[in-house]
Design a binder for this molecule. Structure first.
Ligand code: NAD
Ligand code: GDD
Length: 331
């Protein structure tokens, strides 16, 4: 049994990670500025702390062996395509204080959650792009401030490793999705947004589904269970350089909508509308993770979306019921 800190434990991936670590019998401290939205955390201790502040990072990292640092001000394209100043400011403070506090408090291993958003825009201008290898991050030109912070904080990990002998790990997530993830409110990513829109179409009988852009932009998507397994394998490996964690199945957003509509069992009418689109195409090259871990994500997009859709349809049904009961009370 190890003593483990998970920051961002009130968020999507952090909450799933806490559940997995608890199932394995570890002692877990969760830290966030909020509790998980959809169910209580099973963490042994859950501290509400703002990790932009140095003294809070010292409190969070006290007496633990492993640190999974997932806290960040983040979201899908609807959030990170604007809010650059706030994202850069908040996330630089969190990442810089968290790694130093972990070192000062004698933590054994520290894992930083980076992003596919570190890759340069010039390699992601076509829908049918070559999968991105870890070394493709340089020469650097991430599209958004969110990606710049992730790239700088990756460097911080590498320099702490090389100059202080501090045991760091870096994972670059490629669009992670699944149940218990943000599905409305503006920070949701495409899989959750599309599941929500298809569920609304199904439950209201209006078949129109709005898609940002022409829907021919491409991504790869990785189911949460694979993300949780992969992240722990990376932590326990000896590899300290960045590793992609994603699938290498490239799909268009239009194809994503078709898969979700099939799962819902309805026909939808796609309505292409203006919206933030990010890069034109993005895929993960998994050569390095296969070499290092002898493993890569396993769960198919159809299976992952089926589990995600079921959960989101249920959330939408409850929300519609709440709204209709409010209307009948006030009318
Ligand atoms: P999330 O937004 O659900 O979780 C992040 C958590 O960090 C939130 O609960 C938030 O409240 C917390 N947080 C924000 N500011 C904080 C502060 N000042 N102090 C303490 N906690 C704070 O996002 P997620 O999808 O679970 O992402 C987890 C990590 O993985 C993040 O670092 C994110 O950048 C990275 N990542 C996620 C994806 C993805 O597809 N989900 C892709 C690439 C990278
Ligand atoms: N969010 C969202 N909502 N995206 C939509 C929608 C919608 O209703 N309709 C179409 N899209 C399109 C976006 O325009 C974009 O081209 C694509 O779907 C993917 O959008 P997101 O899932 O929001 O973001 P992303 O893949 O560009 O970036 C995400 O993944 C990164 C890691 O791979 C973000 O979550 C980043 O924060 C993350 O680091």
């Amino acid at each position: 049994m190890s003593k483990i800190l998970v920051t961002g434990a009130g968020g999507f991936i952090g909450h799933h990670l806490v559940k997995s670590l608890k199932e394995q019998g570890h002692w877990v401290r969760g830290v966030d500025i909020k509790h998980p939205e959809y169910e209580p955390s099973p963490a042994d201790e859950f501290l509400i702390l703002d990790l932009r502040r140095w003294e809070n990072c010292l409190t969070a990292t006290k007496d633990v062996e492993y640190v999974y640092n997932l806290s960040a001000d983040m979201g899908g394209m609807g959030f990170i395509s604007s809010n650059h100043a706030r994202i850069l400011h908040n996330n630089i403070l969190i990442s810089t204080h968290m790694i130093e506090a972990s070192r000062v408090n004698g933590v054994d291993r520290y894992l930083f959650t980076s992003s596919a958003c570190v890759y340069p825009e010039y390699r992601q201008q076509e829908a049918n792009i070559a999968p991105l290898k870890e070394e493709d991050a340089y020469p650097a030109d991430p599209q958004d401030a969110y990606g710049w912070e992730k790239l700088v904080s990756e460097r911080l990990c590498i320099h702490y490793h090389d100059e202080y002998g501090f045991n760091t790990r870096i994972v670059r997530f490629h669009n992670i999705y699944g149940p218990l993830g943000t599905w409305d409110g503006g920070r949701e990513k495409a899989p959750a947004a599309i599941c929500r829109k298809v569920a609304i179409a199904k439950l209201t009988g209006n078949p129109e589904v709005e898609i940002w852009g022409d829907g021919e932009q491409t991504r790869s998507f990785c189911y949460i269970d694979d993300c949780i397994v992969g992240m722990q394998k990376i932590m326990m490996s000896d590899y300290h350089l960045p590793l992609n964690l994603g699938t290498d199945r490239l799909v268009t957003i239009n194809q994503l909508v078709d898969i979700v509509a099939d799962i819902a069992g309805i026909k939808v009418i796609k309505k292409h509308v203006p919206g933030p689109q990010g890069v034109r195409g993005r895929n993960s090259d998994n050569t390095r993770i296969r070499q290092v871990l002898g493993w890569e994500p396993q769960i198919s997009l159809e299976e992952g979306l089926r589990r995600t859709y079921e959960w989101i349809e249920d959330q939408v049904r409850q929300k519609l019921a709440r709204e209709s009961s409010k209307v009948s009370v006030s009318s």
